[in-house]
Design a binder for this molecule. Structure first.
Ligand code: SF4
Length: 335
């Protein structure tokens, strides 16, 4: 697993995007407006360094937009602004995110030259029907090709997928997760769809052409998807959109927007395992589960949701958890 590094973020909203994906309004997602400039990069690094203090390694991260789809001279201006800071050790490396159809060998050579270590690809779905319905403008095959090129060129590869897109189903999202595993990424980000104001998806939802992917839908599905990545040894480095003031104060109109989505998904993974340990003959039982140290609250669930669900579903009298030395996200019934 990649060690955690402190991040100095620079947002490049919609820079380079050939068109609008139906769900996306990068300005509202990032809370930023206008394209980033070389001066913004310099300022972000200087501010980031003073915030982080001496010592901690820092990664400069270009988020949003489609970095490698912007004109090469603009890419070079942004990356060039970071070079003095790479040389003097103020930052240790650079990461950026882009689209699968904006990767070719010339681009990858440029990124290598400027010290980029990590390339994130917004794959979103491996189902072409879903990609079309979401107006992504690329295919699943583009994602396979780009991921292979990024990996073969020696970059760290991070893949992003979404759930609940137009045309999507739980089966299609699970297929996407399995296909992503085959591309052997170093990590993944999973973003359940959120309906954001001023997007085509918002209009589709209002017109009744798109059914909301609720937080409950997302928790159920992402618990399964998390198990797929965990079994493959691939870390999920982010689950759910980063909360921002704008999103929390109304720009996230509907869909799977929850500041603690990752915790809800973890609790659901535990609930699945707890259910598997009980049967109808446990009515009235006082059940005790062992879980890994530090995992008791996840195993109980938010507001004791898991314990309550087990009481309701199996009629058990009580559910208790104790800590033991055991693998993560496993439960063992000891009474
Ligand atoms: S999802 Fe990515 S490629 Fe699509 S519009 Fe947003 S930033 Fe651009």
């Amino acid at each position: 697993m990649t060690p955690r590094r402190s991040i100095i973020p620079v947002f490049v909203p919609h820079l380079g995007c050939p068109h609008m994906c139906v769900f996306c309004n990068q300005r509202r997602i990032s809370g930023e407006s206008g394209p980033a400039t070389a001066e913004d990069v310099r300022k972000a690094i200087i501010e980031g360094r003073s915030r982080l203090g001496n010592g901690a390694a820092a990664t400069l991260a270009f988020y949003g937009g489609s970095f490698t789809a912007i004109p090469p001279e603009e890419q070079e201006a942004l990356l060039g602004a970071a070079q003095p800071f790479l040389r003097d050790g103020s930052i240790s490396d650079i990461r950026l995110s882009t689209r699968p159809d904006a990767i070719d060998s010339v681009t990858l050579e440029r990124l290598k030259r400027y010290g980029v270590r990590t390339v994130e690809l917004g794959v979103q779905s491996m189902d072409d029907l879903v990609l079309r319905a979401s107006e992504r403008g690329h295919t699943a095959e583009d994602a396979r090709r780009a991921a292979g090129m990024v990996r073969d060129a020696g970059f760290e590869l991070i893949l992003q997928m979404m759930t609940g897109l137009p045309g999507d189903t739980p089966e299609r999202s699970i297929y996407t997760a399995r296909e992503l595993v085959k591309l052997r990424p170093d990590g993944v980000r999973v973003y359940p769809t959120v309906i954001i104001r001023d997007t085509p998806l918002y209009d589709m939802w209002r017109a009744g052409l798109y059914r909301e992917h609720t937080t409950d839908d997302a928790v159920e599905l992402c618990a399964i998807i998390s198990d797929i990545f965990a079994e493959a040894g691939i870390p999920i480095i982010r689950l759910g959109l980063n909360p921002t003031d704008d999103l929390s104060e109304g720009d996230a109109v509907a869909g799977a927007y929850h500041p603690a989505l990752g915790e809800l998904v973890l609790a659901r993974r535990f609930l699945t395992r707890e259910r598997a340990e009980l049967t109808d003959s446990d009515r009235g039982a006082e059940v005790v589960f062992a879980v890994k140290k530090g995992r008791v609250s996840a195993a109980i669930g938010q507001k004791r949701g898991n314990a309550e669900a087990l009481r309701r579903e199996f009629g058990v009298r009580s559910v208790r958890f104790v800590e033991r030395d055991m693998p993560d996200v496993t439960v063992k019934r000891i009474k």
